[in-house]
Design a protein around this ligand. Structure first.
Ligand code: NAP
Length: 248
């Protein structure tokens, strides 16, 4: 069966590693990105060099119209999606909750939670057996922050990832009969740009010290888990939240 993956936020970090690994596994790949077109094109070039079809689409996941365009582009240029990875996410600037700005709060939930919901709605419309689809898989990228709570810096972000995990559990039950599996990865701190861009470049080093495995994650650590959850090897796994966090 032809397999086509939409990976949101596939231009950098965990999403880029997932796109490249999905390509090596034989998926055609559609990545979305927010603004870094150069990075997005480089990931697409890598996927094409592997031998699959690949496209990049600029689409803010927080905007339902842009999400609709993203899925339409994938329909037209690659065919219907069979794997959705809800990876696009932001932390927002560190802040104690009492001082948290409304703009950061709203944007964090708009991207991390609403974006995952908008993309899931579009994916289900194409995958659901009752709509003529062939089933599929959705993998949501949560964070260990959902269980730690991130006091003093990122409670808004941790809360948004808690919502992503609840979305995973509910949606898995709702669409299991449609042939769609829904799972999440609870990722530990991973070596990507997200820490520096949110004003906390020292976070990975501090996490590595506290982690039982003594290191932060690599984007490929998370990508491997995504591809396994999406595969037929995980055909009896749905509604699961898999911790990939070095033991934290
Ligand atoms: P990253 O390196 O900052 O990359 C973020 C990606 O998301 C980029 O491709 C970015 O596009 C895209 N993006 C951001 N806002 C978007 C929007 N509104 N619409 C569409 N795309 C958007 O982040 P990362 O560390 O790989 O994180 C990926 C996911 O893993 C996130 O959900 C994050 O919460 C989660 N996570 C990360 C860690 C960690 O330690 N890194 C730990 C746990 C969970 P541009 O390139 O165009 O900016």
């Amino acid at each position: 069966m032809k397999r086509t993956a939409i990976i949101t936020g596939g231009s950098r970090g965990i999403g880029a590693a997932t796109a490249r690994l999905a390509a090596r596994e034989g998926y055609d790949v559609c990545i979305s990105y927010a603004s870094d077109q150069v990075a997005a094109k480089s990931v697409v070039d890598d996927c094409r060099a592997i031998g699959v079809n690949a496209i990049h689409v600029q689409a803010d996941v927080a905007d339902p119209a842009q999400v609709r365009d993203l899925f339409s582009r994938c329909d037209e240029e690659l065919g219907g999606v069979t794997l959705l990875v809800n990876n696009a996410g932001i932390i927002g600037q560190a802040s104690r909750l009492a001082e948290l700005g409304d703009d950061v709060l709203k944007r964090t939930f708009a991207v991390n939670v609403f974006g995952s919901i908008y993309c899931s709605q579009e994916a289900i419309a194409r995958m659901a057996k009752s709509a003529g689809g062939a089933g599929g898989s959705i993998v949501n990228i949560s964070s260990i922050a959902a269980t730690l709570g991130s006091p003093g810096e990122y409670i808004h972000y941790a809360s948004s990832k808690g919502a992503v995990e609840t979305l995973t559990i509910g949606l898995a039950k709702e669409v299991g009969a449609e042939g769609i599996r829904v799972n999440a990865i609870r990722a530990g701190t991973t070596d990507t740009d997200i820490h520096a861009t949110s004003g906390n470049p020292d976070r990975p080093a501090a996490y590595a010290k506290a982690a039982p495995l003594g290191r932060v994650g690599k984007p490929d650590d998370i990508a491997e888990a995504v591809v396994w959850l999406a595969s037929d090897k995980a055909s009896f796994t749905t509604g699961a939240v898999l911790s990939v966090a070095g033991g934290v």
